[in-house]
Design a protein around this ligand. Structure first.
Ligand SMILES: NC(=O)c1ccc[n+]([C@@H]2O[C@H](COP(=O)([O-])OP(=O)(O)OC[C@H]3O[C@@H](n4cnc5c(N)ncnc54)[C@H](O)[C@@H]3O)[C@@H](O)[C@H]2O)c1
Length: 250
């Protein structure tokens, strides 16, 4: 680890209370960044919660009013935002398409895709201020290698990839890099959400069997790629989507 890789940078990590987002927040803080967490699971208060790595605010990233309030709160304290990591997401328990509800479809699309639009839109003024910002969107291997029963989730992640690449082109003139990461099956609480009520430890083996390198992805594996994309090591990398998947997408 390079403790100073993100020195002087302020980072907002959505979904930073659990799993991949928590690992990214911890690694960014250890690399010198000031980290702010936004997560639906935090309590709604006038003052931020202590998330260990930094202050945490309750925010529903699928809701424009909630994101706008968060942007106002952060703009009161921070002069600039250097890093935005869009990690909040929800899974889909394998669902035959004829039993999928419209509400279920919309929730997955709103949390996994609309959120990227809302956070980018509302934090753009702060991101532009520093002159050297980076956005990292956590997408998924199923955005390019869909799975049966996961139509909504796969569509949401394909849209997240396309959104990432379109924004990379649009925001290049502002010096803002926009990249994505496609994790393969990763050992987090979300993994059980793709099953029918099984616990994470019960399904790790079957997910690992689908990965050429034979190992489940760990949150820190994804955090390492996020650190690279967020840092100045990647200063001319934009529109890239890195697979952290043990070879599953090849
Ligand atoms: N775990 C996997 O196998 C895997 C694989 C590929 C991609 N991903 C993606 O990685 C990201 C992180 O997933 P994870 O595995 O760490 O899951 P997780 O369930 O451990 O963490 C997700 C976090 O997002 C938060 N969240 C959910 N809805 C929110 C909302 N509307 N507003 C704000 N916060 C919200 C949750 O409270 C939670 O803290 C997601 O985008 C997910 O789709 C996960």
């Amino acid at each position: 680890m390079t403790p100073s890789l993100l020195a002087g940078k302020t980072a907002l990590v959505t979904g930073g209370v659990s799993g991949i987002g928590q690992a990214i927040g911890s690694l960014f803080a250890a690399s010198g960044a000031k980290v702010i967490i936004a997560d639906l699971s935090l309590p709604e208060r006038e003052a931020p919660a202590d998330c260990g790595v930094g202050p945490g605010w309750r925010c529903d990233v699928s809701d424009e009013a909630s994101v706008a309030v968060l942007a106002e709160r952060i703009a009161r304290v921070e002069k600039k935002l250097d890093l935005l990591v869009n990690c909040a997401g929800v899974p889909q328990s394998a669902t035959p398409i004829d039993t999928m509800t419209v509400d279920g479809w919309d929730r997955i699309m709103n949390v996994n895709v609309r959120s990227l639009f809302l956070t980018t839109k509302h934090f753009l003024p702060l991101l532009k201020t520093g002159g050297n910002a980076a956005i990292v969107n956590i997408c998924s291997v199923v955005g390019v290698r869909p799975k049966a029963g996961l139509a909504a989730y796969s569509a949401s992640k394909a849209a997240a990839i396309a959104t990432t690449q379109s924004l990379a082109l649009e925001l290049a003139k502002d010096g803002i890099r926009v990249n994505g990461i496609n994790p393969g099956a990763t050992e987090t609480p979300m993994l059980s959400g793709f099953t029918h009520g099984q616990q994470v430890h019960e399904v790790v083996g079957s997910f690992a069997n689908q990965i050429p390198m034979g190992e489940i992805i760990r949150p820190n594996d994804v955090a390492g790629a996020a650190l690279y994309l967020a840092s100045d090591l990647a200063r001319l990398v934009t529109g890239a989507v890195i697979n952290v998947d043990g070879g599953r997408c090849v």
